[in-house]
Design a protein. Structure first.
Length: 278
């Protein structure tokens, strides 16, 4: 259960979170680079865990409520919380890699979708690529809203608006799993919904940090948890995508803690220039 009180960080504490976010970004870069047909999800976990260990960071997923790995690897109809192991990746798979780490007691959390292959050579489904691109676009729409919003509910409104404005087949927005506050713990208040709830939600103040993570599916939004008590799958077997960043607001603006440039490249399209914590 998330804490009910929103934690407001000092600039120094946000700098620790930025350090954790930078290491996480590089660790995910290395893990994504290692993802290929014939590689097991367990091998990807090893790449990630060895990388952050070399950088002096600790994993925050490992042993979290008993979770047995440093990252979640969710494939195809697996939405989130997939446990790395002996599963061998195949051409055309839609892989979600979700990870986090800790520096000086401060947390980071980020996720990416990786499609093995491409539609250009026929090794990936164009509908899967569209799913991932729209999910990623929804993430940045949410981050852009967070940069200027007065209340956290505006983030979900922006995410939903981005998704529903897309041409082509409608995508489902998962409602069972949402974003969250982050800081001295991985999951904190406030909840960050990926759709409009009709409520303003928590007032956004300097020092707030959140993990924004839209999850979309090509089919129905109903999910179930497998017998391992962790892996969440769509009940209709439809494929899913997840993209996530940890983001902070401070006196001078917004900063994407888990992006290499603080989000500058992506936020430019929204007319926003991020600024690092002072």
């Amino acid at each position: 259960m998330f804490r009910s009180r929103v934690e407001l960080k000092t600039p120094e504490q946000l700098r620790h979170m930025d350090a954790a976010g930078s290491i996480l970004c590089e660790a995910l870069d290395a893990t994504v680079a290692a993802a290929a047909p014939g590689v097991t999800t367990g091998e990807l976990n090893d790449v990630f865990s060895e990388f952050i260990a070399r950088r002096g960071a600790k994993p925050n997923f490992l042993n979290y409520h008993g979770f047995p790995a440093c990252i979640c690897t969710s494939v195809n109809e697996e939405v989130v919380h997939g446990i790395p192991g002996g599963r061998v990746l195949e051409q055309g798979d839609v892989l979600k890699i979700d990870g986090g780490c800790i520096i000086a007691g401060w947390h980071s959390d980020s996720a990416r979708t990786v499609i093995l292959g491409s539609s250009a050579d026929g090794t990936a489904d164009p509908a899967d690529e569209r799913l991932s691109e729209i999910t990623k676009g929804a993430l940045w729409a949410g981050i852009a809203a967070f940069a200027e919003a007065k209340h956290i509910g505006e983030v979900g409104e922006a995410i939903e608006e981005h998704i529903t404005s897309q041409k082509g087949p409608a995508l489902g927005i998962l409602e069972d799993y949402v974003g969250h506050g982050i800081g001295s713990a991985m999951h904190m208040a406030p909840d960050v919904f990926n759709y409009s709830t009709g409520m303003k939600g928590t007032k956004i103040k300097p020092g707030m940090a959140v993990a924004i993570e839209p999850m979309l599916v090509r089919g129905g939004i109903d999910t179930k948890v497998l017998d391992d008590d962790w892996t969440v799958v769509t009940t209709d077997g439809s494929r899913s995508s997840q993209w996530e960043h940890s983001v902070c607001r401070h006196e001078d603006g917004v900063w994407v803690l888990t992006a290499p440039d603080g989000g500058a490249a992506e936020l430019a399209a929204h007319g926003i220039t991020p600024a690092p914590p002072a």
